[in-house]
Design a protein around this ligand. Structure first.
Ligand SMILES: [Zn+2]
Length: 82
C-alpha cells in the first residue's frame, strides 16, 4: 500500500470577519476576527491577537463598540440599553 502523503492540507482556514463601525460612507475598520474567536487588531506596523472581549472607540463618530466573542456560542446577544 503506497498511501500518498497528504501533507500541508490547510483547507480548514477559518473565515475572516470584519469588525467595523458603519457610521460613514466608508466603514471604519477596528479589527478582524475569525470563527475560532481570535481577534486581530492592526496597530501601525504590528498585529495584536486577542481572545474574548475587546472595546473600541470609533475615531470618526466616537461611539463605543464592544466585540465579545465569548458569548458567540450562546446565540445572538442583545446589549442592554442599546
Ligand atoms: Zn463610527
Amino acid at each position: 500500500m503506497d498511501d500518498s502523503e497528504r501533507s500541508g492540507g490547510q483547507s480548514s482556514q477559518p473565515a475572516l470577519r470584519r469588525w467595523e463601525c458603519a457610521c460613514g460612507d466608508r466603514p471604519v475598520l477596528f479589527a478582524t476576527y475569525d470563527d475560532r474567536g481570535e481577534i486581530r487588531i492592526k496597530f501601525r506596523d504590528r498585529f495584536f491577537f486577542v481572545q474574548g472581549r475587546v472595546r473600541a472607540i470609533c475615531p470618526r463618530c466616537g461611539a463605543e463598540h464592544v466585540l465579545d466573542l465569548r458569548a458567540r456560542d450562546a446565540g445572538p446577544v442583545k446589549a442592554p440599553g442599546g
